[in-house]
Design a protein around this ligand. Structure first.
Ligand code: NAD
Length: 483
């Protein structure tokens, strides 16, 4: 399975250009160069895709879970068989190290599809018996045509995290990957055809958010929207979808705290904190960007953490020694650099990194930045309140559990939090009080696909993962039958 120079939409089972015939440049961010083109689609393409999805719905929703399982499982198999080409394409498109695409992004895309393909054949609904009078049974029926919109940071990983449960539950889908990283969604379209997915079941429309994404959200025949992306985009989507009474799942931004107590396993914590700070250049919604360290170990942490951060190798995504590749785009690099400038204006001291890096050869024009550690900022400044989504963390000392909790909960976001301590009771007290949809204790990004996934406050509405996703993508109907 090879990437093509001209990406196509996947509508009604066919790979076709946008109806306008126009294309958008697709950039390889490590090279800083255009390397392919994606369709510049609009509402007309969305309309054709929705019509195809509507036509496909009766057969797909009624074919039975076993048949849907077989088709989806074949898609997962094709991804597994083509792991190398998917991983290569993901890294060219996003600038992330191919080692990461190969070990995280693509295996997880495979697992997402396999997980929900399998889940649907085990999915059961509830019954409630009213003794001597009646029994209730609840039907869980697919909704119809649903919309799935995903971001650029984990392209195929997050795209499949949405479409797999939607399709498994019997819906047909109109989906839009990020225009910044469209390639592996295009390759997935081909995998669906090869797996024998009926035409119109999955439709992938490429293009810009305000044109294609918004047309999906606005379309009256699209009954539910599952969106992952920025909080401001989520607001716009909610404003359109809520008055239309669409079901909405919004997975939005984060500003995740990482709380490190003096009684933690220091060696394990430092390894995982480096990972939780800078994996994928900090471009993971679950990265810990505010690190709170108990004062007695603050200096020890600072010395070791800065030393290890400086040791991280930034460079060619295809080199085996690279830890961090390029940022995803020029605009994003500029945004992260403006956040670094703001941190300095706010009185922060950049202990290391934060510099634009000049590379040589093929990656001379790429968007590289050295990972930055900042100290000396108060909890309520913009740097500690607003999402940066880059290789930037702040470190701040705390004295008591209460103080750590207050700072950790002191933002509008509530996606995830990490706690490092060997004291189980303290870990449990923290987990209970942290305002976050996901709390990791003595680990980070350890994921069980059966668990609920999502954020509180401005980090989102609803939960993905396991049965939560299948519930979202089905309509519950209770049938009460009298004796
Ligand atoms: P974004 O909001 O700019 O774009 C996300 C998707 O929405 C893209 O496909 C985009 O084209 C589309 N879009 C843009 N405007 C739209 C509109 N008006 N209507 C409909 N669709 C529109 O986000 P991004 O920059 O691609 O991704 C980074 C953001 O995603 C960060 O804020 C990050 O925290 C968040 N994120 C959250 C999670 C989570 O699970 N909570 C996971 C990954 C990323």
């Amino acid at each position: 399975m090879t990437p093509d120079k001209y990406i196509k939409n996947y509508i009604n089972g066919a790979l076709i250009p946008a109806s306008s015939g126009d294309y958008i440049d697709n950039i390889n961010p490590a090279a800083g160069k255009v390397y392919s083109h994606l369709p510049d689609s609009d509402a007309e393409d969305v309309q054709i895709a929705v019509e195809a999805a509507e036509r496909a719905f009766p057969e797909w929703s009624k074919m039975g879970a076993q048949k849907r399982f077989r088709i989806l499982n074949r898609v997962a198999d094709i991804i597994e068989q083509n792991l190398e080409s998917f991983a290569h394409a993901e890294s060219v498109d996003s600038g992330k190290p191919v080692a990461m695409s190969r070990s995280v992004d693509i295996p997880r895309a495979h697992d997402n599809i396999q997980f929900f393909a399998t889940a649907i054949i085990h999915y059961a609904s509830e019954a409630h018996h009213m003794e001597g009078t009646a029994f209730n049974f609840t039907l869980r029926q697919p909704i119809g045509v649903v919309g799935c919109i995903s971001p650029w940071n984990l392209p195929l990983y997050l795209f499949t995290w949405k479409i797999a449960p939607a399709l498994a539950a019997g819906n047909t889908v109109v989906a839009k990957p990020s225009e910044i990283t469209p390639m592996t969604a295009y390759m997935l379209s081909k995998a669906c055809s090869e797996a024998g997915m009926p035409p119109g079941v999955l439709n992938v429309v490429h293009g810009l958010g305000p044109k294609v994404g918004q047309a999906i959200v606005e379309h009256p025949k699209v009954k539910a929207i599952s969106f992952t992306g920025g909080t401001n985009t989520g607001k716009k989507i909610a404003a359109i979808a809520a008055p239309m009474f669409k079901k909405l799942s919004l997975e939005l931004g984060g500003k995740n705290p990482n709380i490190i107590f003096e009684d933690c396993d220091f060696d394990q914590m430092i390894v995982d904190t480096l990972r939780s700070s800078f994996s994928n250049n900090g471009q993971i919604c679950l990265c810990g960007s505010r690190i709170y360290i108990q004062r007695s170990i603050y200096e020890k942490f600072k010395d070791e953490f800065v030393k290890r951060t400086q040791f991280l190798k930034v460079g060619d995504p295809f080199s085996s020694v690279t830890d961090l590749g390029s940022l995803v785009s020029k605009a994003h690099k500029e945004k992260v650099m403006s956040c670094l400038a703001l941190a300095e204006v706010e009185g922060g001291k950049i202990l290391c990194g934060g510099k634009s890096l000049e590379m040589k050869g093929e990656i001379k024009e790429g968007y590289f930045l050295s990972p930055a550690v900042i100290e000396g900022l108060p909890p309520n400044c913009r740097t500690n309140q607003e999402e940066i989504f880059g290789p930037v963390v702040t470190i701040t000392p705390f004295d008591t559990e209460e103080e750590a909790l207050e700072m950790a909960n002191g933002t509008n976001y509530g996606l995830s939090a990490t706690v490092w301590t060997k004291d189980v009771a303290k870990a449990n007290r923290m987990a209970e009080k942290l305002q976050a949809g996901i709390v990791w204790v003595n680990c980070w990004l350890l994921r069980d696909l059966r668990t609920p996934f999502g954020g509180m406050k401005s980090s989102g509405v609803g939960r993905e993962g396991g049965l939560e996703a299948l519930r979202f993508f089905t309509e519950a109907k209770n049938v009460c039958q009298k004796y």
